[in-house]
Design a protein around this ligand. Structure first.
Ligand code: ADP
Length: 424
């Protein structure tokens, strides 16, 4: 139980950490990428601004002007292999260009990222508009545009390295968190595990210790009831109540002790198990319950469809099936029917107990195997149940590597099916 809890805790810890790291990594990636593009834009803006004064000459003399001039201000900051500069007139017509990048799109003021045909990298462009003072003051007219462009190859390389670094860092952090988490969950669960063990031990000890005084009370009450002449008539009823309460308490103590021992693996350790014939267990139980069924005017049917043996403890397996049968007979009204079936399905033995009883509400089905749970408390108490019958049956099934499932409909009946692995 705690082993499963430990792994579930570790898994949820890792999932939370992975989510935090992903958000953090995505944040860092977006922030740094934006910064890289901002820096590139600044560089392109400076380049475009330094080329702006030459637009008038380019318009007048054409692109030859750029070859004639030795000293152009942008020459020192211009990287011919990666960047390009373009001069446009006010209508967006290309007048001249320098650099390796060939772009066919018209200029658009501001920064822009363009995809290139058949090229892996994109191109970042920055376009500025160039104005000239007009005839009227404060009314400059548009002279044209300068577009500076650069391949985003360098930025993409840094982005790729960043992604890789963040991915690797994240994986390593998750690995470390897993190791740390394992240690932490181990330490955190240790005291809980210890108190759980103590609680179980306490339940086992308490129910064991209760058995002694309870049998003394039971025996004394029995002795008193055997001599009715000594009992005041007014006390006879009280004595009957004491006897019934004592019987119920001793059943409860026995059930609690059984559960505590079964869970602690002390009553019948798995290495002592041997092949048990379910056919003979079921046959014996049918003979035993036939009498109760007749008393309650219920038809009890047994359908044996296979010869089945399972590895286990005979007393516990008998208890499992008798608890299911007991419930079926208890919650079925006179003239009803209870069918006990034994069958084989692949590597499992299937024992099903089907009744035409009162049934269980759909909403209550998930709780019926909980300890002390009853669909209708008043009714169950009247019938003398402890509320532990199904919890015990399920614990036994789990101990034997199986489980009990249930289908039920109110007013129609219930079907409990125990699935137990066959002897190998
Ligand atoms: P109890 O001692 O009260 O029978 P169980 O653990 O055996 O305790 O059963 C828990 C509850 O499940 C019962 O109180 C009853 O409400 C419901 N239940 C169990 N078996 C049946 C059944 N065959 N038909 C209807 N209700 C059932």
């Amino acid at each position: 139980m705690f082993q499963g809890l430990r792994w579930r805790l570790l898994l949820s810890q890792l999932m939370v950490m992975a989510a935090i790291l992903s958000v953090f990594g995505a944040g860092v990636y977006v922030f740094l990428s934006r910064n890289l593009y901002r820096q590139l834009d600044k560089k392109l803006l400076t380049l475009a601004q330094s080329a702006a004064p030459s637009l008038v000459e380019v318009k007048d003399e054409g692109s030859q002007h750029l070859d004639q001039v030795d000293e152009v201000p942008w020459r020192d900051i211009f990287n011919r292999d990666k960047q390009s500069l373009e001069w446009f007139n006010a209508d967006g017509k290309l007048l001249a260009s320098r650099g390796v990048l060939e772009l066919t799109v018209p200029p658009k003021v501001g920064s822009l990222t363009l995809k290139r045909m058949r090229k892996p990298n994109q191109v970042r462009t920055f376009t500025i508009s160039v104005f000239k003072d007009g005839s009227k003051p404060n009314h400059p007219y548009l002279e044209g545009y300068i577009r500076a462009s650069q391949s985003t190859e360098d930025v993409e390389t840094i982005q790729y390295q960043l992604l890789w670094g963040l991915g690797m860092g994240g994986m390593m952090t998750l690995g470390l968190v897993a190791i740390g988490g394992l240690w932490l969950t181990q330490n955190a669960l240790e005291p809980i595990e210890k108190s759980f063990r103590q609680l179980k031990q306490f339940t086992a000890d308490a129910s064991h210790e209760l058995r002694g005084p309870l049998s003394v009370i039971q025996a004394s009450v029995e002795v008193m009831r055997n001599h009715p002449e000594r009992i005041h008539p007014k006390d006879a009823k009280k004595l009957a109540s004491i006897a019934s309460a004592t019987t119920q308490m001793s059943h409860l103590a026995q059930d609690l002790l059984f559960l505590a021992r079964a869970e602690a693996d002390v009553s019948s350790p798995a290495h002592e198990w041997k092949p048990i014939s379910l056919n003979s267990i079921l046959q014996n139980l049918v003979e035993l319950f036939e009498i109760i069924a007749q008393e309650k005017k219920i038809t009890l049917q047994y359908q044996c469809r296979a010869t089945v043996a399972v590895m286990g403890d005979e007393a516990q397996l008998t208890r499992l099936i008798s608890n299911l049968l007991e419930n079926a007979l208890q919650y079925t009204l006179p003239a009803g029917q209870v069918v006990l079936t034994l069958a084989k399905h692949s590597r499992f033995a299937l024992v099903s107990v089907q009744d035409t009883g009162i049934g269980i509400d759909r909403e209550q089905l998930p709780f019926i195997f909980d300890r002390f749970w009853r669909a209708d408390k008043a009714r169950s108490r009247r019938e003398g149940g402890t509320g532990l019958g199904l919890a015990i049956a399920q614990t036994i099934a789990h101990r034997h590597g199986g489980k009990i499932t249930v289908t039920s409909q109110v007013g129609v009946g219930s079907c409990f099916q125990a699935r137990l692995p066959l002897c190998t």
